[in-house]
Design a protein around this ligand. Sequence first.
Ligand SMILES: N[C@@H](CCC(=O)N[C@@H](CS)C(=O)NCC(=O)O)C(=O)O
Length: 232
Amino acid sequence: MITLYIFGPRFGLPDPSPFCMKALVLLKMAGVEFKTDTADLQKAPKRKAPYMDDGGTIIPDSTFIRLHLEKTRGIDFDEGLSAPDRGVAWAFEKLCEDNLYWAVVQSRWMIDENFNAGPVQFFEAVPAVVRPLIVPMVRRQVRRDLKGQGMGRHSEAEIAELATRGIDGIAAFLSDKPYLMGDRPCAADASVFSTVSSLLCEVFDTPLRDATKRHENLVAYRDRLMAQYFSE
Ligand SMILES: N[C@@H](CCC(=O)N[C@@H](CS)C(=O)NCC(=O)O)C(=O)O
């Protein structure tokens, strides 16, 4: 039996983490039986969620979860795609994960109003006496991560400008297709759908959300895949 360790629904999303959402979608695409449990980052092999337990084998990281499913279940999430199309799908996936994701993190964690509307809830279980120490400490770690990755070195306006390029690119490429690469979902849809859903999250008032909302096809794509994978 597979157990996927995630954070669980928040902010009107199946998971506040686009990587956890992606792993959920991949498992649903694969059609395998699985259950979910709450991630314990101290036990997570890479100290990040998601991670998956497949009959005692622990697989961290959403992309390695994909590769594990492909290897062990004989699945090809990109079945039917040509080699160039597989490359394009991978590039869009990594645009979401290595670029847009960090713009989302910056907007949720570094802008006080958004932090207080969202991530502050992650600290509810922390005893009230130490919370005033822990919360700023974790926010400092996130700021350090953002600086290390590079996104955190830009101004908010510059981040919005960069993210809008990516968002516009996804919208233009998706065009009027039901899925990123055509008539059937592929692995990149798990990632792109999760990122678009995160960008559109109503809890956070950001220029990224406005830039995404401007594209009717992205809103429709989010709605269509949400109905397909999370109707429950
Ligand atoms: N490359 C990883 C990224 C996972 C990731 O960044 N997870 C974040 C949540 S969105 C996390 O667990 N962060 C906890 C931390 O950094 O302490 C994947 O694809 O699973």
